[in-house]
Design a protein around this ligand. Structure first.
Ligand SMILES: Cc1cc2nc3c(=O)[nH]c(=O)nc-3n(C[C@H](O)[C@H](O)[C@H](O)COP(=O)(O)O)c2cc1C
Length: 164
């Protein structure tokens, strides 16, 4: 196992991203307005299910993210699983524009977390644990409520976005 202070070259990092990109994932926007803060969110593909009993999910957040403090201190957050026709939301929430929610349609979940209109599924979560993971922090969430519909999900593979 590589030591935590190992430094891989840019070439190795790119090759690893290409290898990992052969594993197709969905795309989600994780959102929070926990603690009465302004809504915040970012596009992720690191979402994964963990446990059914208790119901747990995880996602990982870059330590370099400007949104790190917000999500590390959030008691609640929501996972919005994007539908195949929501490529624009994927791009929007991966940008660094200041007011991400000004032109976005969303409704609050029962405890106030932003659920984006038109998503294929959503999960409202309470932060369960934070675990160090190299240059990311792994955020585990306990699922409090969840919804889905029949829309096809957005898929990310080989660096490309497609609909199923
Ligand atoms: C398809 C896709 C998947 C992404 N997955 C993640 C992720 O799992 N974790 C993460 O921290 N950033 C992820 N990002 C990057 C963030 O969406 C965003 O670009 C970044 O947080 C912006 O920088 P900032 O947080 O410093 O403002 C992803 C971006 C895209 C387009």
């Amino acid at each position: 196992m590589a030591s935590m202070d190992s430094v891989i070259t840019e070439h190795e990092s790119k090759k690893l991203r290409h290898t990992l990109g052969r594993f197709a994932t969905g795309v989600a926007v994780v959102t929070t307005s926990s603690g009465g803060n302004q809504p915040s969110g970012l596009t992720i593909n690191s979402f994964s299910s963990v446990s059914l009993d208790p119901p747990l999910i995880l996602w990982s957040l870059s330590l370099n993210s400007a949104r790190r403090d917000i999500f590390e201190s959030a008691e609640y957050f929501a996972i919005n699983i994007l539908a195949g026709d929501q490529l624009d939301l994927c791009q929007h929430f991966s940008s660094t524009i200041p007011d991400l929610f000004s032109d976005i349609a969303w409704q609050p979940s029962p405890n106030g977390q932003p659920i984006l209109d038109g998503v294929a599924a959503s999960l409202e979560c309470r932060t369960w644990n934070l675990v160090e993971g190299g240059d990311h922090i792994i955020i585990l969430g306990e699922v409090l409520a969840h919804h889905h519909n029949d829309k096809a999900p957005l898929i990310f593979a080989k660096g490309q976005l497609t609909s199923l």
